[in-house]
Design a protein around this ligand. Structure first.
Ligand SMILES: CN1c2c(nc(N)[nH]c2=O)NC[C@@H]1CNc1ccc(C(=O)N[C@@H](CCC(=O)N[C@@H](CCC(=O)N[C@@H](CCC(=O)O)C(=O)O)C(=O)O)C(=O)O)cc1
Ligand SMILES: N[C@@H](CCS)C(=O)O
Ligand SMILES: [Zn+2]
Length: 771
């Protein structure tokens, strides 16, 4: 009996970020469209070759967008917002304009793909929208795969997930009402794929793992009855959570297969062994597509054998979700600690695990005895390694008391102490931390890492960047300065590199959005901070100026969320260990005389469990971890936090519970809409709503910033307002940054004089504040 093996998707960026390089060269005008397509085709074939050579039964096709897979769906079904004008989605310029904006229209919004660190482009739906096949890319790639000699399994974002993840542009418009118009296009797509000789199409509906309202759930019947008309086999793919509660509803759909994520939700298998018809395919994602640990093959095989007895060759073996979320290949990671390396599997290694499991299931455990032995040894070594548990960390964790979670005084008292220490003007101006990561900075770091540059020379190069950043900020007239984060490759990787319990890869890139990648550090053991991580850089910056410098740290939840983390203990415990390390750093910064410390938590929202029922438990430990990190300081030390994904209306009480003295947030694109929620909730502390959209090269004019600030004053007491960009400026260029910040400072000054002219009698300000 042969068992079919496949993956829901494979990384796209290329083992050496070949796609990134080609895209960026194309956008810079150094690579024409034909050459970009040729490079893309090479990478595509390389991915298929990996899947074929590993021995997978299918190769996945349609999981190789040049920018984003939701954008490819927009292009495929022609859901192009009217604001982009008549657009041929086959044209690369038009395709990239949707992703990156153009002179005619700003880009589509980007947001996080479920609870991952991958960003997708948000479809915009309007009432009059019509759909038609508008891109030939998928069909071309199917032909290309056939010509390459592999059996393609195309993948599509399902119609309901597509509509759900989009936004209704007009208030009150129900985008689900577009389903009936969208379905015929999906049917046509499926029919064309069938005509191309495709046997199976994977249709992804990950929204099934969310809390779905009844109309959306009901729509599955209508949708999949329509898709069945195309006559091609559909593998309905779910991932990121359990869909057990929908087992009977799913069994009633006319689809030929169902994929389940057994890494996230192993418990759901029972429901499907009971309810999923035995004559239909059940694809079990037993290899974790979201994390980089080697699979416990013995355990996975045991699960598969239970299902296999009942299902025979209707059982397929797979990864839990697309491997998009893990790096491509462990080969070449020679600098990793050999013991830690022996615990890891990147995408390439996961292909082998899936094929091994398929073989074990078909031929029996003896056929894969060597692989089982190796897996057992890795699991045992990870579990038993005396390097994983650090007794000192354990002891410290056990000794944490409730007082360590609280600041010494309430906000009002701290506020007065901070005012006395930091005589800031009304509408104080600041930035979020990073300044442009120039090619020179990156090149210097690359040289230093390759040992082509001495540490002292690198230190001096970074100090020169700090001097430049301080000089520019002083000349711009900013009130609270930052050192600029030049020395950080990435805000999470940088800290990971300095903490015990973390390992980092040389080339473990994962796509974040478009051509941008991150290299998540690998958290494998108890976290311990051997020495201060940021104090020297920050103190150096402070030594250059009489203005206050704000230190910059990444918070425990963001460290957790953007790393590959251990699974042998609850995430809450790992977060507490991270919090203790950051707490020590906060206290060392304070000892070094730093008066303002920002602890970034942009990932706190994305870390929310997908099901609301699980939110309160998460928020309790997440807020606790932040407070533990932040609370070890005197009243006069001002703690800032920063969040740049603004969808947190629904968790405002928890945001307030962080009790940061100042929160800076992304608000400029939504034109301060978010502040309404802060007002409604009566958010108690200081707020810096972003007034400069850092995702765009556009320089916001002073008048526009003034309008935003006036809007902000309508909802927040002006004495509690800060003036700052939406987020860090690392992806921007210096000329833009200088021009935008000059406008921002001018706007803040104008606001001050407007309010001082009202000399305290203005309705919005009850008393003048120090300038
Ligand atoms: C705020 N965001 C972040 C998220 N996740 C993180 N882990 N970090 C974040 O900051 N998630 C949400 C958002 C996502 N936003 C971004 C924004 C920008 C990037 C980005 O620009 N990534 C860079 C890579 C950054 C990095 O790690 N750089 C390293 C290595 C640089 C490099 O490629 N060196 C070359 C040689 C260069 C030379 O010689 O000139 C090499 O090694 O080959 C560094 O600076 O040292 C990117 O380029 O994609 C990501 C997410
Ligand atoms: N301090 C970081 C926050 C990013 S969310 C930066 O400025 O890049
Ligand atoms: Zn940010």
């Amino acid at each position: 009996m042969a068992i079919r093996t496949h993956v829901p998707g494979f990384p796209r960026i290329g083992a050496h970020r070949e796609l990134k390089s080609a895209l960026e060269a194309h956008w810079a005008g150094d690579l024409d469209a034909a050459d970009l397509e040729a490079t893309a085709a090479d990478i595509r074939r390389g991915r298929w070759a990996r899947q074929r050579d590993a021995g997978l039964g299918f190769v996945t096709v349609g999981d190789f967008p040049l920018y984003d897979h939701v954008l490819d769906t927009i292009a495929l079904v022609g859901a192009i917002p009217p604001r982009f004008g008549a657009t041929d989605a086959n044209d690369l310029g038009a395709y990239f304009a949707l992703a990156r904006g153009s002179a005619a229209s700003p880009a589509l919004e980007m947001t996080k793909w479920f609870d991952t660190n991958y960003h997708y482009l948000v479809p915009e739906f309007t009432a009059g929208m019509t759909f038609r096949i508008s891109s030939e890319r998928l069909f071309r790639e199917v032909d290309e795969a056939r010509a390459f000699g592999v059996e393609p399994k195309p993948v599509l974002v399902g119609p309901l997930t597509f509509l759900y993840l989009g936004k209704s542009v007009a208030p009150g418009f129900d985008r689900l009402s577009l389903l009936e118009r969208l379905l015929p296009v999906y049917v046509e797509v499926l029919a064309r794929l069938k005509a191309q000789g495709v046997e199976w199409v994977q249709v992804d509906e990950p929204i099934l793992a969310l809390d779905l309202a009844e109309p959306w759930l009901e729509a599955f019947g209508l949708a999949y009855r329509a898709l069945a008309q195309a006559g091609v086999n559909i593998l309905l793919a779910t991932y990121f959570g359990s869909v057990a509660e929908h087992a009977t509803r799913l069994a009633a759909l006319p689809v030929q297969g169902l994929h389940l994520d057994l890494a996230r939700a192993p418990e759901q298998l029972d429901a499907f062994l009971r309810d999923w018809p035995a004559d239909r395919v059940l694809s079990l994602g037993v290899v974790d597509g979201r994390n980089i640990w080697r699979a416990d093959l013995e355990k996975a095989l045991a699960t598969l054998e239970i299902a296999g007895k009942q299902r025979g060759d209707k059982l397929w073996v797979s990864a839990s979700c697309s491997l998009l979320h893990v790096p491509v290949d462990l080969a070449g990671e020679d600098k990793l600690d050999p013991e830690v390396r022996s615990w890891l599997a990147f995408a390439q290694q996961k292909l082998a695990e899936i094929v091994t499991l398929g073989r074990g299931l078909a031929e029996g455990a003896d056929a894969i005895a060597a692989e089982l032995d190796a897996s057992r040894a890795a699991v045992r070594s990870h579990g038993k390694s005396d390097r994983v548990a650090n007794p000192l960390v354990r002891k410290r964790l056990a000794a944490i008391d409730a007082a360590q979670y609280e600041r010494r005084s309430v906000f009002a008292i701290r506020h007065a102490a901070q005012r006395a220490r930091l005589p800031l003007p009304l509408f104080p101006t600041t930035t979020i931390g990073s300044f442009p990561q120039t090619p020179e900075i990156r090149a210097a770091r690359a040289k230093w890492k390759r040992r082509e540059m001495k540490s002292l020379a690198y230190l001096e190069a970074m100090r020169a960047e700090i001097r430049r950043a301080i000089e520019i900020q002083e000349s711009l007239g900013l009130d609270v300065l930052v050192h600029g984060e030049a020395e950080r490759n990435d805000m999470v990787e940088y800290f990971g590199e300095q903490l015990h319990g973390y390992a980092f890869s040389a080339n473990g890139w994962v796509q974040s959005y478009g051509s941008r990648c991150v290299k998540p550090p690998i958290l494998w053991g108890d976290i311990h901070r051997p020495e201060p991580m940021t104090v020297e850089w920050t103190a150096y910056a402070q030594s250059l100026t009489s203005r206050p410098v704000k230190a910059m740290l990444t918070g425990p939840i963001t460290m957790l969320q953007w790393s590959f983390v251990r699974t042998d203990q609850p995430r809450s415990q790992t977060a507490t260990q991270l919090a203790l390390a950051i707490r020590d750093e906060v206290r060392d910064l304070e000892k070094a005389g730093i008066g303002l410390i920002q602890i970034d938590e942009p990932a706190i929202r994305e870390g929310l469990p997908l099901r609301a029922a699980d939110w309160s438990a998460y928020l309790a430990w997440a807020v606790g971890a932040f407070k533990l990190a932040a609370s070890g300081v005197q009243d006069a030390t001002q703690i800032h936090t920063h969040m740049c994904y603004s969808e947190f209306h629904d968790i405002l009480p928890s945001i307030a519970a962080l009790d940061a003295d100042v929160i800076t947030i992304e608000t400029s694109r939504s034109r301060m809409e978010l502040l309404d929620a802060f007002r409604a909730f009566a958010y108690p502390n200081e707020i810096g709503p972003g007034v400069y959209d850092i995702h765009s090269p556009r320089i916001p004019p002073t008048g526009e910033i003034l309008d935003l600030l006036e809007k902000a004053c309508d909802v927040v007491d002006p004495r509690r307002l800060w003036v700052n960009p939406d987020c860090g400026l690392k992806t921007r260029h210096w000329p833009e940054v200088q021009a935008a910040l000059a406008n921002m400072v001018a706007a803040a000054r104008e606001m001050r004089s407007r309010y001082l002219r009202a000399s305290g009698v203005h309705s919005k300000v009850s008393s003048p504040v120090a300038m």
